[in-house]
Design a protein around this ligand. Structure first.
Ligand code: RB5
Length: 143
């Protein structure tokens, strides 16, 4: 699976930890930022969303202080289903039932150990389809 990851300045350390954690098991492209300069999270949410929608990656992870701003921005893109999670059950269900193609995490909310478990749970679970496909199909109002 091809992954993309991006953050803002508030998610930089967790982004690095996730890249290191996935090294060797997944192809992960880091879309930035590369230093601690203050940046605007929508710029990175849009960049990552476009990478997925143009087929350059299958799924993506966005990290900011809370995960919330990233999700709000990414979900403006039809076809992006971004889920903010902070527990393993929800991370798994985001894949199984919601076909979430973007996981949003909050570096100021989560410890790194839990955050990595969330990434693993979300990646390991596969969309169940069936009645969930019908529901997911109703999300995009422009379709
Ligand atoms: C940046 O200070 C902070 O607002 C951002 O990382 C994020 O938490 C927004 O949702």
């Amino acid at each position: 699976m091809k992954l993309v990851i991006a953050s803002d300045h508030g998610g930089l350390d967790l982004k690095a930890a996730i890249i290191s954690h996935l090294d060797g098991t997944h192809e992960v492209a880091d879309l930035g930022p590369n230093d601690t300069t203050s940046v605007d999270y929508p710029d990175f949410a849009h960049k990552l969303s476009e990478a997925i929608l143009t087929g350059h990656a299958d799924r993506g992870v966005l990290v900011c202080g809370t995960g919330q701003g990233m999700a709000i921005a990414a979900n403006k893109h039809p076809g992006i289903r971004a889920a903010v999670v902070s527990d393993v059950f929800s991370a798994r269900m985001a894949s199984l039932h919601n076909d979430a193609n973007v996981l949003c995490l909050g570096q100021r909310v989560l410890g790194p150990g839990l955050a990595l478990e969330l990434v693993d749970a979300w990646l390991a679970a596969e969309f169940e389809g069936g009645r969930h496909a019908r529901r997911v199909g109703k999300i995009d109002l422009s379709a």
